[in-house]
Design a protein around this ligand. Structure first.
Ligand code: V47
Ligand code: SF4
Length: 373
């Protein structure tokens, strides 16, 4: 790899040189700098800088975990235009809804296996309320107390809490006491109202999403953050999104990971919108690594990107490729993602990471190192 100093010295654009010197001297870049990077920086330049930051924080370490997903239902009261997954409540005969016992049976399938995390996310079903999920959490924890439960997007939580007439703090405390350990990053989409109202008009807005995560952080829970990119948004909306996350993280330091989610156009109301190219995807990861200077981790979600692109992201700022997953999610396969039955053994994940000369590290949800390979 060409040394970062060399790439920057050869860069004729003075603005890009100034931004690079800020990054190399650990200074924060501004929203204008972030926009300039998206609009003017080439891929080798962004890759060199993002990789420099990644290696400064993590060296060659690349994290993964052993996890599986439970998707309680794909029936949803909302109608996000990009969603290939949900079946509207009115068409519930086409969807699935799992009982508490059926979900517990899924947990029991992993008895004796060294999984460390269950990720629970689904549609927003009006009958699956706060009490239903609290009961599910209690039953999972009674059966397997050591299993970390990362569950429910801010969209699901906002709906649950409103229906139960609880404040965000009351609702989160109730679920925490029932066994909820942390929150995943979904439902963030694009915060800027100009875009959000076109693609996800009827669900929790930016302020509501951020309030739920801020409250979770204050209650001692860690959370992730996502951004759905590569559809009708402009670079300015991506920067606005990341700026809001960066400001919240300055206050709480409760986010673990940022996960850019590439929009997939299979079988949804936005199928006419072309998907982003591989170069655009790598630029997105790199700018995210440079902009979110207070986020410890950048994750590429391999079921969505495919294994080989996920490998490539490790040269563009990413230091985490999620987990084994075990064919337990349908969100992306239904949107046309490369991985139709996502599942990788620990050995396959380790090989994938080693093939690109990085060091595989098995972690738990909170990034405690479990095994270094
Ligand atoms: O919020 C839905 C996205 C998200 C499409 O926190 C789509 O560790 C692309 O947030 N094209 C849910 N994306 C999944 C999620 C997640 C996944 C993995 C790990 C973590 C974590 C969180 O899926 C939704 C939405 O942004 N999504 N449809 C689509 N057509
Ligand atoms: Fe429902 Fe989530 Fe799909 Fe939106 S993205 S329609 S909230 S399942």
């Amino acid at each position: 790899m060409i040394p970062v100093e060399q790439i920057i010295k050869n860069e004729p654009d003075k603005n890009l040189q100034t931004i690079a010197s800020k990054i190399l001297s650990n200074k924060r870049i501004t929203p204008e700098d972030g926009l300039y990077l998206f609009e003017h920086a080439g891929l080798p330049y962004l890759g060199a800088l993002a990789n420099h930051v990644r290696e400064k924080i993590h060296g060659d370490k690349t994290y993964f975990n052993r996890n599986f997903h439970i998707e309680p239902t794909n029936i949803c009261v909302f109608a996000c235009k990009f969603c290939s997954y949900s079946r509207l409540y009115a068409h519930r005969d086409e969807g699935w809804e799992l009982s508490i016992e059926q979900m517990l049976d899924k947990v029991k399938e992993y008895d004796g296996q060294p999984v460390t995390e269950v990720h629970i996310v689904g549609g927003v079903h009006p009958k699956m309320n706060l009490e239903f999920f609290a009961e599910l959490l209690r039953k999972i924890k009674t059966h397997r107390p050591d299993l970390h439960i990362k569950g429910f997007t801010a969209v699901e939580l906002d709906y649950m809490f409103r229906k139960a007439k609880k404040s965000v703090e009351e609702g989160l405390l109730y679920l925490k006491e029932a066994g909820l350990d942390s929150l995943p990053g979904g439902g963030a989409e694009i915060f800027h109202p100009d875009i959000r109202k076109q693609i996800a008009d009827d669900k929790v807005d930016a302020e509501g999403w951020l309030l739920i995560h801020e409250t979770a952080h204050r209650l001692g829970m860690h959370t992730n953050a996502t951004m759905l990119y590569g559809h009708i948004e402009d670079f300015v909306h991506r920067i606005d999104h990341m700026e809001r996350l960066r400001q919240l993280q300055d206050r709480t330091h409760g986010f673990n990971t940022f996960i850019p989610l590439k929009f997939r156009n299979g079988d949804n109301e936005m199928s006419d919108v072309p998907e982003s190219t591989m170069v655009e995807d790598m630029k997105m990861y790199a700018v995210a690594r440079l902009y979110l200077d207070n986020f410890p981790h950048m994750k590429a979600y391999w079921p969505m990107l495919g294994r080989h692109k996920a490998q490539l992201t490790l040269a563009f700022g990413v230091n985490d490729i999620d987990g084994t997953i075990d064919d337990s999610t349908k969100i992306y396969s239904m949107a046309g993602a490369e991985e139709q039955s996502p599942s990788m053994s620990t050995g396959q994940l380790v090989t994938l990471i080693k093939q690109v000369k990085r060091k595989p590290v098995e972690r738990d949800t909170l990034y405690k190192t479990l095994v270094e390979y």
